[in-house]
Write a protein that binds this ligand. Structure first.
Ligand code: ATP
Ligand code: MG
Length: 440
């Protein structure tokens, strides 16, 4: 009897729905962000990954599946999505299309020859995005908020966004020199991989899994302290936009992405989920202003991230979340015929603003209406009856927090959007969402 290859897994019919739901949620959020799907081949010319990911990275030096085809061409099963998307972007001249900026996403299998363990496979699924054509820190902030809002839509709350900047080419060079000088007398005390990285890829020493917590690395110079003015303002602006969007993050001065083409912003999202153990990084990303050019395209900046879908699925399972993306932001209960016209106007305004909203057309009783709201997976239930009409107000209940308030009826849309913007990271002290008592 044959068995599946090590590090692979089957998705059986009984489990297919939850995968489809996960994919659907991702596509819904992608639509909101105006990113378009791109599908590229599962294998590419090996050279693409050597150049695009970097020959000295773990991914390429230890983890690729390579094969010669019958024409003696060297092929590699894609270990990640960025290189293929950039190849396609250049080959199809997507940079010349009407939209001067291209916002793309992909979802599909990747292959890495790794030691399989929970959350680490040889064939695994990634969802990733790549945005080309702008060096604006607004785009850095958009991409990070996109990753955060995917998690929000999936109701995965206990997450941490770590962010850092490694600066532009000039800042990186200054920093690299400082790091090499600092490490020179200590290098023999680091692991053998780090000793190799000293010559091949010194930045990567900072996030070595073995030496990460050693005193040598803790005291090492940090990229953030070597940014030139332009890189510093790129970073300052990026975090200012995150603050404006109420996105929680931690600046992690040791965070690097080892690949040469990364510049400026780098980030990672960790989920605090016990079952994930050491594999709790669910998303990694960053800006790569030099990649398109180094793969033979024009000098066009880019930024992206990639999620591991199995790790997302573990997070969802441990929360026993059904992952139902067929949710509503608003279920409006209109009580009494005289209120119907007003109610339709309120509903229309919310829908035009982009909220998923609905009402009960069947004039059912209150109990049935609440049941329906729950069935539709509704976040906010608003009630508009004769009393409310008389006072120009509307009553809103947040089904997630249980909070109920009465507000000016013209403010319903704004109120819901404000609430949706609140960070969903759980409070550190009580693990409650947007906890009032801790004020956090
Ligand atoms: P790690 O440090 O866990 O090896 P990585 O830096 O190799 O991660 P990336 O190349 O940034 O990971 O890939 C982005 C995401 O893809 C990771 O955060 C993770 O969720 C997922 N991922 C990476 N490798 C695997 C794998 N072998 N199996 C399952 N998921 C993976
Ligand atoms: Mg890895």
């Amino acid at each position: 009897m044959y068995q599946k290859m090590k590090g692979t897994y089957d998705i059986l019919p009984k489990d297919i729905d939850k995968w489809l739901r996960l994919e659907k949620t991702i596509r819904t959020v992608s639509k909101i962000y105006n990113y378009k799907e791109i599908r590229t081949p599962i294998f590419e010319n090996s050279e693409l990954f050597h150049r695009g990911v970097g020959s000295e990275t773990d991914i390429v030096s230890k983890e690729t599946y390579d094969f010669l085809d019958r024409g003696k061409r060297s092929n590699t099963l894609r270990p990640e999505g960025t290189a293929g998307v950039v190849r396609s972007y250049i080959e199809n001249k997507l940079y010349a299309s009407n939209a001067s900026i291209q916002k793309l996403y992909y979802m599909g299998p990747m292959f890495r020859y790794e030691r399989p363990q929970k959350g680490r496979y040889r064939q695994f699924l990634q969802f990733g995005v790549e945005a080309f054509g702008s060096n604006s820190p607004q785009l850095d902030a958009e991409v990070i908020s996109y990753a955060v809002n995917i998690l929000k839509a999936l109701k995965i709350k206990d997450v941490e966004v770590h962010i850092n900047s490694i600066g532009d080419v000039e800042s990186k060079a200054t920093y690299k020199e400082a790091l090499l000088n600092y490490l020179a007398p200590n290098i023999n005390n680091l692991c053998t991989d780090c000793q190799k990285r000293y010559t091949t890829n010194p930045l990567r020493i900072l996030d070595c899994k073995i030496d990460k917590d050693s005193e040598i690395l803790q005291n090492a110079p940090k990229p953030l302290d070597y940014l030139n003015n332009e890189s510093q303002s790129h970073f300052t602006e990026t975090v200012a936009y995150l603050d404006a969007m109420k996105i929680n993050y931690k600046i992690n001065k040791n965070l690097v992405r080892g690949l040469d083409y990364y510049t400026h912003t780098v980030f990672e999202v960790n989920a605090n989920i016990d079952t994930l153990g050491a594999q709790n990084t669910i998303c990694g990303g960053g800006r790569y202003n030099n990649l398109v050019k180094s793969l033979g395209g024009p000098d066009i900046p880019g930024i992206g991230f990639a999620f591991g879908l199995e790790r997302l699925m573990f997070a969802l399972e441990s929360l026993s979340f059904k992952g139902d993306p067929d949710y509503l932001h608003l279920y409006l209960m209109i009580l009494g015929d005289e209120q119907k016209a007003d109610g339709m106007a309120i509903l229309n305004r919310c829908r035009l603003g982009g909220l998923f909203a609905d009402i009960d057309f069947l004039d059912k009783g209150m109990k049935a209406k609440w049941k329906q709201a729950a069935k539709l997976n509704t976040r906010f239930v608003a009630i508009y009856g004769a009393n409310e009409k008389e006072n120009d107000v509307i009553n809103v209940k947040d089904q997630e927090t249980g909070k109920e308030i009465t507000i000016d009826k013209h403010q319903l849309y704004n109120h819901i959007v404000e609430e949706l913007m609140k960070p969903s990271a759980a409070c550190e002290s009580c693990k409650e969402d947007n906890c009032d008592e801790c004020g956090e």
